[in-house]
Design a protein around this ligand. Structure first.
Ligand SMILES: [Zn+2]
Length: 326
């Protein structure tokens, strides 16, 4: 095996990183560049393919897509060793997979190119890479690509991943499950796994694991699980799980903690001020609304019996933004 960075010289140095099981294997020259943050773009890229761009010395405090921005030594002939571009890699399945490992996020722009490759070949290559790395970030990215690009084709593999699940991969596997398995079967696997999470962590983890299902089944689960103190993430999750006025109205009638989730749900249907991929993808709305006057009256009535700042603030915001909610 050669140095993971230049791919030419022999390995002379093993440098620890955040992932104890997968240190950097480098020649002396590349090791010096790694620790002085002065890798050339292609050398950075070769390491990011194996270790991800989130690993020590490689992240965006130091490199902008492979270009050193905090180098402690001169970066020599950087322009002669550029990172491959999407155009360079998009016609080769393995090159494109490598490329996707080096990105902080992968988008439709990159993923659509996988459509030209045989789905079984892609599934097999992803499984093969998954088995041959210990790096959880790389594993996670492979699962993401699999779910988004292969859908039902990777169903069997995703089900296998649920057996003896590594909880570090719970979010990635849950998201891929939303693409790969029939809705109810998939949600049940996620809900069973969430049973093992403490309530303190549950709202956040449930949100990231379940939002992609975009399913009203999730509302039934929220109703079973919610307790005080109510975390905002449950309302965020409910907002993208096809809430209708019936359930909102019922939760308001049930009082706390359900009423607080109902208000959070309406509030979170509104697009946030920042760019939200989730809102763009799922475009949540309140289903089966009744008249704005009647819905406003219901909220005002609730506010009159639970007039704490949180309730007043949210009710005020909802009633001037019904056009963004229904
Ligand atoms: Zn080297």
């Amino acid at each position: 095996m050669n140095c993971e960075s230049c791919k030419i010289n022999e390995i002379e140095v093993i440098e620890k990183n955040d992932d104890e099981q997968q240190p950097y294997l480098l020649c002396k020259e590349c090791h010096k560049k790694l620790v002085t943050l002065s890798l050339r773009p292609l050398e950075w890229y070769n390491l990011a393919v194996i270790h991800s761009p989130h690993e020590s010395y490689l992240y965006d405090d130091f490199y902008d897509d492979g270009i050193a921005c905090a180098a402690e030594e001169d970066v020599i002939e950087a322009e002669k060793y550029p990172c491959p571009t999407l155009i360079d890699v998009c016609n080769d399945m393995n090159d494109l997979l490598d490329y996707c490992m080096t990105k902080y996020f992968v988008y439709e722009e990159e993923l659509r190119h996988f459509a030209m490759f045989d789905k079984e070949d892609l599934n097999n290559e992803i499984k093969n890479r998954f088995e041959n790395t210990n790096n959880m970030l790389i594993k996670s990215r492979l699962i993401e690509i699999c779910g988004k690009c292969l859908g039902r084709v990777c169903q069997e593999w995703i089900i296998k991943l649920w057996e003896n699940i590594d909880m570090e991969l719970l979010v990635s596997i849950s998201n891929a499950t939303a693409y790969a398995l029939p809705e109810n079967e998939g949600i049940q696997l996620v809900l069973d796994a969430l049973d093992k999470i403490s309530y303190k962590e549950l709202p956040h983890i449930a949100y990231v694991c379940l939002y992609k299902f975009n399913s009203s089944e999730v509302l039934k689960w929220i109703e079973k699980k919610v307790k005080s103190p109510v975390k905002d993430q449950l309302g965020r999750l409910a907002a993208v799980s096809k809430p209708d006025w019936d359930i909102i109205s019922r939760w308001i009638d049930m009082g706390r903690p359900y009423s607080l989730v109902a208000l959070d749900t309406l509030y979170n249907i509104m697009p946030p001020a920042y760019k939200s991929e989730v809102h763009e993808e799922l475009n949540p709305k309140l289903l089966n609304p009744i008249s704005v006057e009647l819905m406003t009256a219901k909220l005002k009535e609730y506010e009159s019996i639970d007039s704490v700042p949180r309730v007043k603030r949210i009710v005020k915001s909802i009633i001037i933004n019904w056009n963004k909610i229904i």
